[in-house]
Design a protein around this ligand. Structure first.
Ligand code: UDX
Ligand code: ADP
Length: 461
């Protein structure tokens, strides 16, 4: 198709974990639209044009290949593409602020504001701007003020369309979302802009799953969805500590409570703690917003979800230290997994980072094994190389190790030859299953001292 045969020109600014997969899905499902993704990072844009995509996400390459070169394009020409676009999705990063007021809690909006100003400077026609990145409540109004502060006679409508995909299942989540949420101002123009975004998703998402709301509800719902999900994990993790000191078993407790349909069985897996770019950031953001409106009790309530997560990571390391006779100095400890969850190479806020640093503080020698996250692990742990090894082969990684600490629930760890691993480890050999995915009884029978999460340890002494 030539340029002007496309029904709409959609642009996405930010080719990361959110922008890349979301736009690839829109392009694959809607050949009538031209979808362009731009980023300031030229290396990333280059990688999106190869078979070695810049992010690891199951089945994503198939979706990209379906549309790439047909109606899906990648570019670093930001201004030129802004000019041609009818609809601009913004999915640049909004990390937690590291300086000044709100440091450590509120979102750093400098990339967002820069993008808004870019859009304003380059535009020659009316546009709909879609907030895809998670943003604090009321960001849209600030953005609308910036972009509409022009005297070019151009109209901008800002719409909120938060992304709920989870990494590792992004393609399935985008193909069959539980819901798509689109918020706008309740004015005639706002509703018209909202309808344009509804029309995009209606190409493959059943209409009853596309929810519309006012813009503030939409922005807040994203933060609250993540806060509720994280809260479930902190709830089950807090109970796992209690299980370890009683004779209760966290899996049995989770199973029993999850059968109550009001509670439900998903997201009740006790673990080393939650990671990922969203949960901690979004909760801290919620906390900051509550504080800034004087809602101190509400802020403290949600802050504790993050505190329990830190407690869980800390407890895991303390358990390792205690089991290894209160000294891990010069002991070789192998991490099975470093990604924040299985099926992704992403390590942002991964418990693996904290655990490794804590083990190194105790002078342990840490070996990191992960099928997809070693490159990111090297970046996260830069400067600590003296006490570290990165090893892609799990058998080599555990050779002469005193202990294994399983951090990520990769399937491959369930199918390893643990007899072979045990025979090459220093005795007594320990395994700490931070995800409860291994066959603990079998490992115990092989000779390991086994420490699951939220259940009694199986030890030979
Ligand atoms: C999350 C939300 O699920 C998604 O809707 C939102 O758009 C972005 O944030 P993501 O961070 O990709 O997605 O992964 P998720 O599957 O939610 O897992 C987050 C963390 O919680 C991971 O570290 C995971 O291992 C951990 N987790 C999850 C548990 O420890 N136990 C569980 O039962 C579930
Ligand atoms: P997310 O998980 O929210 O998608 P990522 O960090 O994976 O976050 O992706 C955000 C992307 O946005 C990065 O690739 C970054 O280079 C890009 N980005 C940040 N600021 C700008 C900007 N002003 N213009 C274009 N791209 C930007």
């Amino acid at each position: 198709m030539s340029e002007n045969q496309f029904e709409k020109h959609i642009l996405c600014i930010g080719a990361g974990y959110v922008g890349g997969p979301t736009m690839a899905m829109i392009a694959a499902k809607c050949p009538q639209y031209k979808v362009t993704i731009v980023d300031i990072n030229a290396e990333k844009i280059q990688a999106w044009q190869t078979d070695d995509l810049p992010i690891y996400e199951p089945e994503l390459l198939d979706v990209v290949k379906k549309a790439r070169g047909r109606n899906l394009f990648f570019s670093t020409e930001i201004d030129e593409n802004i000019k041609k676009a009818d609809i601009i999705f913004v999915s640049v990063n909004t990390p937690t602020k590291t300086f000044g007021e709100g440091a450590g809690k509120s979102a750093d909006l400098q990339y967002w504001e820069k993008t808004a100003r870019n859009i304003l400077a380059a535009s020659e026609t009316d546009k709909i701007i879609v907030e895809k990145s998670t943003l604090p409540v009321r960001t849209a109004s600030a953005m609308e003020r910036i972009v509409n502060s022009n005297n070019k006679g151009i109209r901008f409508d800002v719409v909120s369309n938060p992304e709920f995909l989870a990494e590792g299942t992004a393609v399935a989540d985008l193909e069959k979302p539980d819901r798509v949420l689109i918020g706008s101002q309740e004015t005639a123009e706002g509703k018209k802009a909202r309808q344009e975004i509804v029309d995009i998703y209606a190409n493959w998402v059943p209409r009853e799953r596309i929810i519309t709301s006012n813009i503030w509800s939409s922005e807040l719902s994203k933060l609250v969805a993540n806060a509720f999900l994280a809260q479930r994990i902190s709830s089950i993790n807090s109970i796992s500590a209690l299980c370890e000191t009683t004779e209760a078993d966290i899996n049995e407790v989770a199973n029993a409570i999850g059968k109550d349909h009001r509670i439900g069985s998903n997201f009740l897996n006790a673990s080393v703690g939650f990671g990922g770019s969203c949960f901690k950031k979004d909760i801290l953001n919620l906390v900051y917003i509550c504080e800034s409106y004087g809602l101190t009790e509400v802020a403290r309530y949600w802050e504790n979800v993050v505190k329990i997560n830190e407690y869980q990571e800390d407890r895991f390391v303390r358990n390792i230290n205690k089991a290894l006779f209160n000294t891990i100095a010069n002991k070789r400890i192998t991490l099975f997994g470093f990604a924040f969850k299985a099926n992704t190479g992403d390590t942002r806020e991964s418990p693996g980072i904290y655990i490794t640093k804590k083990l190194i503080e105790e002078h342990a020698h840490v070996v990191i094994n992960d099928p997809k996250a070693l490159d990111n692990a090297r970046k996260d742990l830069a400067g600590l190389e003296e006490n570290l090894e990165f090893e892609i082969d799990p058998y080599k990684a555990t050779h002469d190790a005193h202990a294994i600490a399983l951090v990520t629930e990769w399937e491959l760890y369930k199918t390893l030859d643990y007899e072979k691993i045990f025979s090459a480890m220093i005795k007594p050999a320990f395994i700490f299953d931070g995800r409860n995915i291994l066959d603990h009884q079998k490992l115990y029978e092989i000779g390991f001292n086994v420490y699951p999460i939220g259940k009694a340890a199986l030890t030979h002494f």
